[in-house]
Every structure is written in C-alpha cells, then in structure tokens.
Design a protein around this ligand. Structure first.
Ligand SMILES: Cc1ncc(COP(=O)(O)O)c(C=O)c1O
Length: 391
C-alpha cells in the first residue's frame, strides 16, 4: 500500500460542524453511509469562499456567466461533450431537479421506470409526486450488473409509462455504462417515447479504463428527449452548498423547466454555491486526479481486506463512484439481522442494501471517500462482529 501520506490521509474532525453524516451518529458509531466525503474541498474552492465571506455583504446575487462558462469548459475537457451555456439551467440540487422534471414532464398516475437496486430518493421523487414506480431490475451477470433490455422494452411499451430515470454512473452498483449499453437503452426509450432523466451526479468519479459518456452526447434525438443532471457536489464534496445544473437541448422543455423553478420562487443560486462551483470547475482538476488515485487505493485496500480476512463478503467492483456495493448474503442473515450486525455489533453505520429496493436485500453500501485509516477501522469492526456470529 502507499507509503507516502497524502492530504487525503488526513483525518479531519467533522463532529460539531452540523454534518449530517457525523452529527447524527452517536459518538462511538462510525458513519460510512451518506455519500459525502471526509476530505477537504480543493484549496481554490476554500480560498474563494473565504475571500467572498471577507467581503461581508451577502445580498441577492446576480447570474454569474463565469460559472456557466466554467461548467461548459469542464464538460468539454473532462467528458468531451459540447454544450452551450444557454442549455444550462440552475437548480438547487439534483434531487429537487429530478422531482421537478417528473412533475413537469409526466402526468399524475403515469409510470416512471427506475433500474433497481437504485439510489432510494428516486422512489420518493416518483411516489410523492403521485406517479407510479415501475421497476426494471438490473441483472447480475456473475461479475457485474447489466441492464435487462427485454424487460425495459416490455415496461416501456406500456403507454401509461412515460419516463425513466437513468443513474449514470449507477448508485449503488458502481456501473459506468458503456456506449453500447447507452445506445440500446436510448433506442428503447426513443421507440416508446420515454422522457429520460439522466442523473449523472457521479459522472466525474470514474476509474480508467472506464469512461463517462453523457447520455445526451450520443445522439441528437437522445438529447432532445432528455434532461441531464450534473453537479460539483459529489466531485468536489460541495453537497452542503446545494448547486446543480440541468442540461436540456430542447428549448421548449428548458423554458418549461425554468418556469417550473419560478413557480417555486427559485430564481438564482446561493452566492457561495456559485463562486465555489466556478472555482472548482476552473481549478479543481489536479485535485480530482489526486482524489481518484486515492479512491482507487481505498478500493484496492478494501478488496485485499475482504479477500484475506472477510471472504464471506464479496465486493462488486466499482467502475465509478466512491461507493462500494458489498454482497453479504453468504453470511446467511436476514436484512434485519444484517442491519443489527453492522449497527449494533460492529458499530458502523452503512446504508443497508434493502433501502435501495428488494434487489438490494443482503447487500451493504459503504462510502469509501474517507481516509484509509477510517476505512480500516470500519473493516476491522465488521470483521470482529462477523467472527462473533454464532456458527
Ligand atoms: C445518484 C444521486 N443523485 C442525487 C444525489 C443527491 O443530489 P443532491 O444532493 O444534489 O440533491 C445523490 C447523492 O448521493 C446521488 O447519489
């Protein structure tokens, strides 16, 4: 393992900072559940925020063209995708965007497809808006999860099903969809007139040789019938600033989305979010490269630990995201027993697989974006609890 310590090895106390991850956890409970990172954001982001705070006046902000241009430049450099600033709309978070898109582009009672197991807030975005959840479960081919296209075709053919949420890269299973998969997916959606909501919030967190391909970049017809959600929040650990962008090629849809935001009184981003996002997209690239290398080290550490010390637990290799999806079914425990094992016995707080849908039962999701020592501590706690299980 790395002998040289990096900035990402540094353990920073987060309790007492109003952190959802740390301040909601009892003092002896180690949290690796919510998808935020225990790492400082890039120095350029911190300095920009300090400089802005020093000004001392925090009145209403104006639109920041520099921020939009920074987003456009980032997408071109990192993902080879050309969009115009005109195609971008601000929204204070990806989940609010997904929810609003569902309200605007589907009707009450209509079905919205999700590829399960999947990021659980999607279920709320659908059902709390009076739409129906339609599951297109992912299939496991023995090595990785793949889309079940036949099932998707069948579900999409129902005229009462009008939209689909594409999670790309996929949370929690860590897939980075290939060009071929995205094409097949997109063709089915086009054939049946489905509106595609592509949540690409993890799109910058991809491990080579995998490559993030923005869904809308593949085909003009895909772009015209989709909305693609991106954000600096996962990439640079800025989730608390609540900033995202929705990219839409279709002008009419874009206008409807902006009207929808206005109807909610949402006119402009938080002034701090705007400057932070701009600084991150302009100056954060070297930091991101360092982060990806560190995360790959954490994945290797986890793989090695499970192989040597916890062979009952199986890592589903992530191609992207900082999330590890772990198959714990060989322990022979029910979902409730597994939860008790982690929370009560090991004193680690993970996301239980079943909350991602029935297909997640028997799995755990671990957030790997923490110093390696913290990950090691969590794994040692889990190992001790597993060894203490009655045989
Ligand atoms: C796939 C996915 N979408 C959206 C979000 C949350 O986005 P936001 O905080 O911008 O609403 C997350 C956070 O974990 C996520 O994993």
């Amino acid at each position: 393992m790395d002998l040289e310590k990096t900035a990402f090895d540094h353990i920073i106390e987060r309790r007492g900072t109003g952190s959802m991850k740390w301040d909601l956890a009892e003092p002896d409970l180690l949290p690796l559940w919510v998808a935020d990172m225990d790492f400082e954001a890039p120095a350029a982001v911190k300095e920009t925020l300090i400089e802005r705070a020093h000004h001392g006046i925090f009145g209403y902000g104006a639109p920041a063209p520099g921020c939009d241009e920074a987003v456009v430049g980032w997408l071109r450099r990192r993902q080879g995708w050309s969009v115009t600033t005109e195609q971008l709309s601000f929204c204070p978070g990806v989940i609010p965007a997904v929810s609003l898109l569902i309200r605007l582009f589907t009707l009450p009672g209509e079905g919205v497809i999700v590829q399960t197991p999947v990021y659980y807030p999607f279920y709320d975005c659908i059902s709390r808006n009076g739409r129906r959840i339609v599951e297109n479960p992912l299939a496991f081919d023995g090595k990785r999860y793949v889309m079940d296209f036949d099932d998707l075709e069948r579900k999409a053919a129902d005229s009462r099903t009008t939209a689909v949420i594409l999670c790309s890269p996929h949370n929690p299973v860590g897939r980075v969809w290939t060009e071929e998969e995205l094409h097949r997916f997109g063709e089915i959606c086009l054939r049946h007139g489905l509106f595609v909501i592509a949540d690409e919030i993890h799109g910058d967190l991809v491990y080579r040789p995998n490559r993030q391909i923005p869904f809308a970049s593949l085909d003009e017809a895909f772009a015209a019938s989709s909305a693609l959600c991106i954000a600096p929040s996962k990439t640079f650990n800025l989730a608390g600033l609540q900033f995202s962008m929705v990219v839409m090629a279709d002008k009419q849809r874009r206008e409807r989305f902006r009207d929808g935001l206005l109807a909610l009184g949402l006119k402009r981003p938080n002034i701090f979010a705007q400057v932070a996002a701009e600084a991150a997209y302009l100056h954060g690239e070297p930091w991101l490269e360092g982060l990806l290398a560190y995360l790959e080290g954490n994945i290797a550490f986890l793989r090695d630990f499970l192989d040597r010390r916890l062979p009952e637990l199986r890592l589903i290799e992530p191609e992207g995201t900082y999330l590890a999806w772990i198959d714990c079914r060989a322990l022979g425990l029910s979902s409730q027993e597994l939860e008790v094992l982690m929370l009560r016995d090991a004193r680690v707080w993970l996301d239980e697989g079943y909350i991602f849908g029935d297909a997640g039962a028997g799995f755990e999701r671990i957030v790997l974006a923490c110093p390696r020592k913290v990950l090691e501590e969590a794994l040692m706690r889990i190992e001790k609890a597993v060894r203490a299980l009655p045989r």
